[in-house]
Design a protein. Structure first.
Lengths: 451, 321
C-alpha cells in the first residue's frame, strides 16, 4: 500500500462509516457484552452515553440526542426485579358468547395464574364485525377512539362469586382494536384455598362463566438445567445467527452484498477478546459463510469452518412454510425460575405460517433497558420432536413492576408431523422448558361462528 | 524535585458573567483560579450554609470534581483538529432535564475556590498573555457561561443524585474553550499516572486508559508515520523508561503497537507537542513554559534522542541548539 493511500480510502464516504451505522454497531456490541456479562449494565450505559455525547459535541449528530437517546440515569435504575413467589397455573379454556357495549362478542378465558398475592385470568374477546358504513377518516378516528374508551369502560363490568358465596372484584387490563381484544382479568382478593370454583358474570351472557380452581394442571413435562458459564458468548452469537438465518438468501450474496450484521458483531466480539479464533460459534458462523460461498470478512479469516447445525438448516428448510395446523393449546405451565424470572406459559396458538405464544412473567427485567419479549437476558425458542427448531419474536407486551405479559411469535410454522413441542426459556445461567403434546384444540374464534 | 505535570503549559483565561459583571477564570501552574473572588473560600462557606453560589465558584468547584474524571478523556479532544464544541442546543437540553426535575444537588466537594496542583498556588495571579479562546466576543461567551452556570446552580434546589449533573458540569467546563479542555485532560491523566492520586487503583481503569492513550496516540502517530490511525493501539505502561513502540505490516496494512506511561498524556500530549517537526515526543524531561526538554523518536525502533523545544506563536518547534 502506498503511503497516504489510507487517507484517500478514509475520505471516501461509505455507508459503513456513517454515524448511524457506527452508533448501531457500538450499541449492538455493548448490548452483547452486557448480555454475556463481559461488562456491567452501568458500564454499557456509560459507554453509550459517552459515545453519543462525543458525537454531539463534535457536531456529528443531533445535539438533542445527547441526553435523550439512552435510558436516563442508568446507574440508579431499579435493580432487576425478582419474582414475588411461586406461581401456579390452572387451565381454564372456557368460551362464552356475550354482549358487551352493545356488540356481540365471544370471550375466551385461557389460564388462571395465581400466586400468594395475585390471581389473574388470561382474557381474549372477539367482537362481531361492524356493518356500519365507513365514515370519513377523521370521523372514523374519532369513532375508534370513542369506541375504544367505551370498550375499556365496558370491560370493567365483570364480577365474580365463588363456591363458598364470596364475592370478588374483577379488573380488566389490556387492549384491542375493532374486533380483537386481549389482556387479563385481575381478581381480588386472591381466592382462598378452599374455594373450588369462581363464577364470572359477563354482561349479556346467559350464564356465568365457571372457572375451576381445583382443576389438575395438565402435567406437561417441565425441566430446567444450568448452562455452562464458559459458553455464554457462543450461545449469544448463535442466537443472533439463528435470528438472522431465516432472512438469509444465498442469492442475495452472489454479487457480494453486505454481510448480515451478525458477522460484524462476531468480528467485534473477537476483537474485544470475548470470543477467540477457536470459539465454536465462530466455526458455525464460518460454516454459514461457506454455505453462502463467501469469504469471511477480514478479522475472521482465520476461523476454521465447522458445520451448519441441523437445527439451523431446519429453520431454513421450513422458513416459508404455510402448512401449520390451526388450533390452540391451553398450556398452563409454570416454568422453574430462571435467573430470577418466573414464567407461566399460558397458551400456544397455531396458524398456517407461525405460532403465537402467550407468557406471563414475574421478576422480568425492565423493558426500558432490554425490550421485553426479546430481552437480551432471556431468549424464547422451541424444538419439535421431528427435528424442527423455532425462534421467537415479540408481537405485543405489557409490563409493570417486574410483571410482564408477552405475546411472542414463533416461526416457522408448526410442522404438521410434529407430536410434541418443547418451549424453552434460555437465560444467562440456566434454561427451563416445558414439553407440550401438540393436541390442537379448535381455536375459539375461528371455527365456531358468532351468534 | 521532579518536573510537575503542568510545567509545559502556559496560562489560560476565560471570561465569565458573574455577579452582574464579567470575571476572569484563570488557569496557571495546574490550578484554576476565580480572579474576581479574593475571598472565595468565605463565599463557598456561605454557599454551603445556604447562601447563593456564583458562576465563577461553580466552575471552580466543577473543575475540582472533574480533575480526576475519566469521562474527560472519553469525551474530550484527541488532537488539535478534533474540535469539541458545546452548543446552545446541548445546553438547552441540560436545562430541559434540570427543569423537568431530573436534576440533582451538587455537593460541595472541597471548600476552596482553587483547584489543581498543590504547589505554587497563587490567588489572583496575573502574568503573560493568555492563550486565545474560541471565536466570539468575550461578552457573548461570558453570557453563555453565565447561563450554563445558572443552569447548574439550579441543581441545588432540586433533589436526587446521579450522573446527569456530572455531565452538565463537564459540558460547562468544555464550554470554557479548547485551552481549558486540554488542561483538564492533562489534570485527569496526571491523576491516573504512576505518581497521581489514583495510581494505586488504576487497574480498574485500564480499559479507559488504553482507550484514552490509543485515541490520542493514533492521530499523532498517523501523522508521524503516515499510516491509518485505525491500525494504531496503545496500552498503559508501568515499567521504567519511556515505553515501547513497534510497527508491523500485514496484507499491506501497518499496525502500530505502543506501550506508553499514562503520564505521556499529561506531560506530552496535553501541552500539545506529541509530534514536533516530524518526530514523536515520548517523554518530558523538564520544562519551564514556554521551553521544554524532551525525548523524541525519529523513527520506530530508533533510540530516543534528547531535544529542546519551545512554544512560540501557538506552536511548538525544535529550539535552535
Amino acid at each position: 500500500m502506498s503511503p497516504g493511500s489510507w487517507r484517500q480510502r478514509r475520505a471516501e464516504p461509505t455507508e459503513a462509516t456513517s454515524v448511524d451505522t457506527g452508533v448501531q454497531r457500538i450499541t449492538g456490541l455493548a448490548a452483547a457484552m452486557t448480555a454475556i456479562g463481559a461488562i456491567s449494565e452501568a458500564t454499557q450505559n456509560q459507554v453509550l452515553e459517552d459515545y453519543q455525547t462525543s458525537l454531539a459535541i463534535r457536531g456529528m449528530t443531533d445535539p438533542n440526542l445527547i441526553f435523550g437517546h439512552l435510558p436516563w440515569r442508568p446507574w440508579v435504575q431499579s435493580p432487576h426485579p425478582h419474582a414475588s413467589g411461586p406461581l401456579r397455573a390452572t387451565p381454564v379454556g372456557v368460551v362464552a358468547d356475550s354482549d358487551i357495549d352493545g356488540r356481540s362478542a365471544r370471550i375466551y378465558l385461557g389460564t388462571l395464574v395465581t400466586s400468594a398475592t395475585s390471581a389473574r385470568l388470561t382474557f381474549r374477546a372477539r367482537f362481531e364485525q361492524s356493518a356500519e358504513r365507513s365514515p370519513a377518516v377523521s370521523a372514523q378516528q374519532h369513532q375508534v377512539r370513542a369506541r375504544h374508551h367505551s370498550m375499556l369502560h365496558a370491560l370493567q363490568n365483570f364480577a365474580a362469586t365463588d363456591s363458598l358465596g364470596g364475592s370478588y372484584g374483577v379488573h380488566f387490563s389490556g387492549g384491542g382494536g375493532s374486533e380483537d381484544w386481549r389482556g387479563r382479568l385481575d381478581i381480588s382478593p386472591v381466592p382462598p384455598a378452599a374455594v373450588r370454583w369462581l363464577d364470572l358474570s359477563v354482561p349479556g351472557a346467559t350464564a356465568p362463566m365457571r372457572i375451576p380452581l381445583d382443576a389438575a394442571p395438565p402435567g406437561h413435562a417441565v425441566s430446567s438445567r444450568p448452562l455452562d458459564p464458559a459458553g455464554i458468548a457462543d450461545r449469544y452469537l448463535d442466537n443472533c445467527m439463528v435470528e438472522q438465518i431465516q432472512e438469509i438468501r444465498p442469492a442475495d450474496y452472489e454479487d457480494g452484498g453486505d454481510w448480515p450484521g451478525v458477522f460484524e458483531l462476531a468480528a467485534d466480539l473477537l476483537a474485544a477478546g470475548v470470543l477467540t479464533i477457536q470459539s465454536p460459534s465462530l466455526a458455525r458462523l464460518a460454516a454459514v459463510a461457506r454455505w453462502l460461498k463467501r469469504r469471511l470478512p477480514d478479522p475472521l479469516t482465520g476461523v476454521e469452518p465447522g458445520v451448519v447445525p441441523a437445527e439451523w438448516l431446519s429453520l431454513l428448510a421450513r422458513a416459508a412454510s404455510t402448512d401449520g395446523p390451526t388450533g390452540v393449546i391451553p398450556v398452563a405451565a409454570a416454568l422453574p425460575v430462571v435467573d430470577g424470572a418466573h414464567c407461566v406459559v399460558t397458551e400456544l396458538e397455531s396458524e398456517a405460517d407461525s405460532m403465537a405464544l402467550q407468557v406471563h412473567a414475574q421478576g422480568w427485567p425492565d423493558p426500558h433497558r432490554y425490550g421485553v419479549g426479546r430481552a437480551e437476558l432471556f431468549r424464547w425458542s422451541a424444538r419439535d420432536d421431528v427435528g424442527g427448531w423455532y425462534t421467537s419474536s415479540e408481537s405485543g407486551w405489557s409490563y409493570s413492576d417486574g410483571e410482564a405479559d408477552m405475546d411472542l411469535r414463533l416461526r416457522p410454522a408448526a410442522n404438521p408431523r410434529a407430536h410434541e413441542l418443547r418451549i424453552i426459556l434460555t437465560g444467562r445461567t440456566a434454561e427451563a422448558s416445558v414439553t407440550v403434546p401438540l393436541n390442537w384444540q379448535p381455536a375459539p374464534f375461528r371455527r365456531v361462528p358468532l351468534k | 524535585m521532579s518536573t510537575p505535570w503542568w510545567a509545559a503549559f502556559g496560562p489560560a483565561e476565560a471570561a465569565v458573567s458573574c455577579g452582574g459583571g464579567t470575571h476572569t477564570l484563570r488557569w496557571a501552574d495546574g490550578s484554576l483560579i476565580a480572579i474576581g473572588h479574593p475571598d472565595a473560600e468565605g463565599e463557598l462557606v456561605l454557599a454551603a450554609l445556604g447562601g447563593d453560589s456564583t458562576p465563577c465558584l461553580d466552575l471552580v468547584r466543577a473543575w475540582g470534581r472533574h480533575s480526576d474524571d475519566l469521562s474527560v478523556l472519553a469525551l474530550g479532544p484527541r488532537s488539535a483538529s478534533d474540535r469539541v464544541t458545546v452548543t446552545a442546543e446541548m445546553l438547552d437540553e441540560v436545562q430541559a432535564r434540570l427543569v423537568s426535575g431530573w436534576a440533582a444537588p451538587v455537593p460541595i466537594a472541597r471548600s476552596t475556590a482553587t483547584f489543581g496542583a498543590a504547589t505554587r498556588r497563587r490567588s489572583g495571579w496575573t502574568g503573560s498573555t493568555p492563550m486565545r479562546l474560541r471565536t466570539g466576543s468575550a461578552r457573548q461567551m461570558a453570557a453563555r457561561r453565565s447561563a450554563v452556570s445558572r443552569l447548574v446552580s439550579m441543581q441545588h434546589v432540586t433533589s436526587g443524585a446521579g450522573g446527569e449533573d456530572d455531565r452538565a458540569d463537564l459540558l460547562r467546563l468544555f464550554d470554557l474553550g479548547e485551552p481549558f479542555q486540554w488542561r483538564l485532560a492533562g489534570a485527569v491523566a496526571h491523576a491516573w499516572s504512576a505518581d497521581g492520586e489514583h495510581a494505586g487503583t488504576r487497574d480498574r481503569a485500564r480499559p479507559a486508559l488504553a482507550a484514552a492513550l490509543t485515541g490520542r496516540l493514533a492521530p499523532a502517530a498517523a501523522d508521524w508515520l503516515d499510516v491509518d490511525p485505525a491500525g494504531i493501539e496503545a496500552v498503559a505502561y508501568d515499567g521504567g523508561g519511556w515505553g515501547e513502540l513497534s510497527v508491523s505490516s500485514a496484507s499491506g496494512v501497518s499496525h502500530v503497537r505502543a506501550r506508553l506511561p499514562v503520564s505521556w498524556l499529561a506531560t506530552v500530549w496535553a501541552p500539545g507537542f506529541a509530534v514536533v517537526e516530524g518526530v514523536l515526543i515520548v517523554r518530558l524531561l523538564d520544562a519551564a513554559w514556554p521551553s521544554a526538554r524532551v525525548l523524541a523518536l525519529r523513527a520506530p525502533g530508533d533510540e530516543p534522542v534528547e531535544l529542546s523545544i519551545r512554544h512560540d506563536k501557538g506552536h511548538w518547534s525544535v529550539a535552535a541548539s
